[in-house]
Design a protein around this ligand. Structure first.
Ligand SMILES: CC(C)(COP(=O)(O)OP(=O)(O)OC[C@H]1O[C@@H](n2cnc3c(N)ncnc32)[C@H](O)[C@@H]1OP(=O)(O)O)[C@@H](O)C(=O)NCCC(=O)NCCS
Length: 154
């Protein structure tokens, strides 16, 4: 899988991918993607033309704005690869933690995020247009402390 940093020029492709990954009521148009991509701290990665992740870093926190993989390209590791890239990029930009919202009934996404170390830190009741709840998940992005190579354990 080839990961490419997405820019404003990719807004039409992101909108097209989003439209294929989400139900009609939840789709975002090109203009929505242009606005988010233009915000300071926004970052986006494409997995060829199979999926993308869009996130934003503000101070020491990052937020996943959306993640989408085309239905025919699922369960191939693309979502996990995109998330790993976004987490690394956010950490490089100074984020110590990453937050996201996921629908309570979205078992695929919840399993993906759990595997990446996200845990629930909140619940937003009736958050989505269909009345479903959102879980707020968080993962620590802090690098593991380095163990000095010449330390003798006693
Ligand atoms: C959620 C989504 C991005 C996952 O993308 P993906 O490329 O299929 O995910 P991956 O192949 O990287 O899966 C990684 C792991 O997540 C879990 N997972 C992913 N899809 C799953 C499913 N349908 N059921 C159970 N576990 C699932 C598994 O643990 C999987 O590892 P495995 O395949 O080795 O068992 C994709 O299903 C999607 O685009 N859904 C619609 C949009 C959406 O819900 N976005 C997230 C909004 S918060």
């Amino acid at each position: 899988m080839r990961l490419i940093a997405a820019s404003l020029a990719h807004a039409p492709l992101l909108a097209a991918l989003h439209a294929q990954a989400f139900p009609p009521a939840e789709r975002w148009d090109e203009q929505a993607f242009r606005q988010i991509l233009a915000l300071p701290g926004s970052l986006a990665w494409l997995a060829d033309e199979h999926g993308f992740v869009l996130a934003r870093v503000a101070a020491d926190e990052a937020e996943i704005i959306t993640l989408a993989v085309l239905p025919l390209a699922r369960r191939l590791g693309i979502g996990a690869g995109l998330m790993a890239q976004a987490m690394q990029h956010a950490q490089d930009l100074g984020a110590a933690a990453m937050l996201l919202e996921v629908a309570e009934h979205n078992h695929a996404a919840r399993a993906l995020y759990a595997g990446l170390g996200f845990t629930q830190v909140g619940l937003r009741k009736s958050y989505y247009a269909d009345g479903s709840n959102a879980l707020v998940l968080k993962a620590d992005l802090s690098p593991s402390p380095q163990v000095p190579g010449n330390t003798h354990l006693t």
